[in-house]
Design a protein around this ligand. Sequence first.
Ligand code: NAP
Length: 340
Amino acid sequence: MYRRFGGPENVQVEQVLPPSLGADDVLIRVRASTVSAADHRARSREVPRGLGLLAAFGIGVVRPKRRVLGMDVAGVVEAVGEDVTRFEPGDEVIAMLGAAFGGHAEYAKVRQDGAIARKPRNMTSEDAVTLVFGGLTARGFLAQVELVPGATVLVNGASGAVGSAAVQLAKHAGAHVTGICSGGNRELVTSLGADRVIDHTTDDVTSSADTYDVIVDCVGNAPFERVGHLLNPGGALLLVIADLPAILRAPLRSRRTGKLVTATVGKPTAEDLAFLVDLAEAGHYRAVRDRTFDLDEIAAAHRFVDGGRKRGNVVLRIAAHHPDRAGAGCRPGTVPVVAE
Ligand SMILES: NC(=O)c1ccc[n+]([C@@H]2O[C@H](COP(=O)([O-])OP(=O)(O)OC[C@H]3O[C@@H](n4cnc5c(N)ncnc54)[C@H](OP(=O)(O)O)[C@@H]3O)[C@@H](O)[C@H]2O)c1
């Protein structure tokens, strides 16, 4: 939990009751989550230029609105609300909690019509949870373009959580993929399917004559002004991260240039997650894990993510809970507490 914005030291382990369940909620006993860029942003309030006020609505003005961070979970269904039909206690699942957060805990809840799917059979919970945050974001952005086989895709930040997912999804769609990362991550990005890798520490992509059908910016340093000339006619610039001016200018740019410029992504669905699960089970999508931390090392995990250089995902392992603590009205298969 964190009670004030600031550094990693503000995040501590505390005892709280499990979330209360509504009729459509699924209560998950969490085995793993990730410490993501979103956790870093929510905790530190470091957001792109111009987005401070907007972010405050979501994460809080003076104090954090959601005290437990963690946007994603992998775990076991512990209990379901009375109207839940799609899941039952004992099911192994992965889920996106999104802006509700709450994944860095022993229990988390998600609506049955939210982004929740069964865990891939061939992955541990620690691996499976890596599909959620980066995978859903990359899928949401790439879904806005038609990726035909042979399309050329440039992924900036190809070694991060979103970038490593974008490389894999674009490759699976048959695209010719170029990834931008630092030299040390060349091998990783190539192993994910990139046909070419550009080292941003030695080469500047904007000075090359190569052009692309789709550019995915997962770093925030490739606005249209800088990379627009690298886009083929009818191409698309997918701004996974952008400041307020770039977000506001995107629709006008699209109209004027005939190239799609977008910084928005739709709400992830259970179908999106199931798509990623199917890919993983078919061997077409790999978990990209950097370090793994236990819940009691949460501050150290934040410190590591703050460095901005993680490879793929930083996993948070939530130890098996003590059976006595399944209490607080929470027996397997029952609704623990009435709706909020
Ligand atoms: N719009 C949305 O809904 C949404 C959703 C998720 C995330 N985001 C945002 O998208 C961004 C990416 O998220 P993420 O989870 O992928 O972050 P991440 O995992 O923390 O990304 C870390 C990666 O960034 C790379 N990087 C740093 N500087 C770079 C540079 N100058 N050029 C190329 N790569 C560079 C690093 O690669 P090297 O070490 O190899 O340089 C590192 O692997 C974040 O800002 C996050 O807040 C937005």
